[in-house]
Design a protein around this ligand. Structure first.
Ligand code: SAM
Ligand code: SF4
Length: 321
């Protein structure tokens, strides 16, 4: 079992398989200038899998594939199957912008994927285009329908931003409610890669918009999920991810692996250790030692509320959000 210095059990690994993306969401990625990590610096799926086996053997029970846009990486279904075949009771999930999901959902499910989280920031084609800097909506929604049709569990992530999609909070909630999908509103997390003038919305503002149409009850937190859940009178549940709150880190159970092989103990904390060379050398023992050291040094909490670190320099498209 992996237990950090604050007594938290770490059993959730998020694996970013690529930092590249076919969108340029305003809150995540600059449009230009851009230099990607050269492909030869990335770990292959076989190499990532070597590390994943170590992590599973040490007690990881949940793996989320993310990016960048994970569906840009070829043979993703084969990677998922490698993990599934190694331990078929792993909670295997993916976060995607869904642009390439249509035509791929069945293959991913057959490979062992259980759940997906899809980012939908707007249901208006022009606004979706403005946020992602690309005409995306139709293809995204078709991908979502296909995922539901093949039986994948789908949750939706929305980042509400003032003056952009703040008038669509209820629309997105209702779109999800009609389809039995949980929606989670994510408070915008400040970072140097985003457009400078973005103004996010925090949970009291979001709740006041939702409360203007629906009565809701506070359900608290569900296990280790960072999402604070609320229930409408008809039983529908939605969540708000509130990284700016003080207690956000108390139950954190996760670490992150980038496509280059950097192991990151905390999303909003610049420290990381690399397993790249150890894995390239086939030195599994060394990779396991790095994993344990990252767990040992996992910080007590993120730096959102730390005055000296107001804006994160780490890119969410690199760490997988
Ligand atoms: N490309 C995939 C997607 O968009 O779902 C996976 C990677 S993306 C980095 C993962 C999640 O991080 C998305 O739900 C996205 O909305 C969220 N995200 C990215 N930048 C963010 C920011 N600055 N603040 C809050 N959430 C952010
Ligand atoms: Fe790409 Fe996801 Fe970042 Fe949007 S949020 S730019 S889809 S990685």
């Amino acid at each position: 079992m992996l237990i950090d210095s604050y007594g938290r059990t770490v059993d959730y690994l998020r694996v970013s398989v690529t930092e590249r993306c076919n969108f340029r969401c305003q809150y995540c990625m600059p449009e230009k200038p851009f230099s990607w990590v050269p492909k030869e610096n990335l770990l292959s799926f076989e190499e990532l899998f070597e590390f994943i086996k170590v992590a599973i053997d040490e007690g990881v029970k949940k793996i989320r594939i993310t990016g960048g846009e994970p569906l840009l990486r070829e043979d993703l279904d084969k990677f998922i199957k490698m993990i599934y075949d190694y331990k078929n009771d792993i909670d295997l999930a993916m976060t995607t912008n869904a642009f390439l999901l249509k035509g791929a959902a069945q293959k991913l499910k057959d490979a062992g994927l259980k759940r997906i989280n899809v980012s939908i920031d707007s249901l208006k084609p022009e606004m979706a285009e403005k946020i992602a800097k690309k005409d995306v909506l139709k293809q995204v929604l078709e991908g979502v329908e296909e995922a539901l049709a093949v039986g994948l569990k789908v949750k939706v992530n929305m980042v509400p931003m003032k003056g952009l999609n703040d008038n669509e909070i209820l629309d997105v909630l209702e779109y999800c409610k009609e389809r039995g999908m949980v929606v989670r509103f994510i408070e915008y997390m400040e970072n140097v890669h985003a457009e400078v003038d973005i103004k996010g919305m925090q949970s009291p503002e979001l709740l006041s918009v939702i409360g203007s149409r629906y009565a809701y009850e506070d359900e608290g937190f569900d296990g280790h999920s960072p999402s604070h859940y609320y229930k409408l009178e008809d039983g529908y549940e939605f969540g708000i991810i509130e990284p700016h709150k003080d207690d956000f880190c108390k139950k954190c159970n996760r670490i992150r692996l980038t496509a280059e092989g950097n192991l990151i103990p905390c999303l909003y904390f610049d420290e990381a250790m690399s397993i790249h060379d150890a894995i390239k050398r086939g030195d599994i023992k060394e990779a396991a030692l790095v994993l344990k050291e990252v767990i040992r040094t996992k910080p007590e909490k993120n730096r959102w509320n730390d005055d000296d670190h107001e804006v994160s320099t780490r890119a969410f498209y690199e760490t997988g959000g």
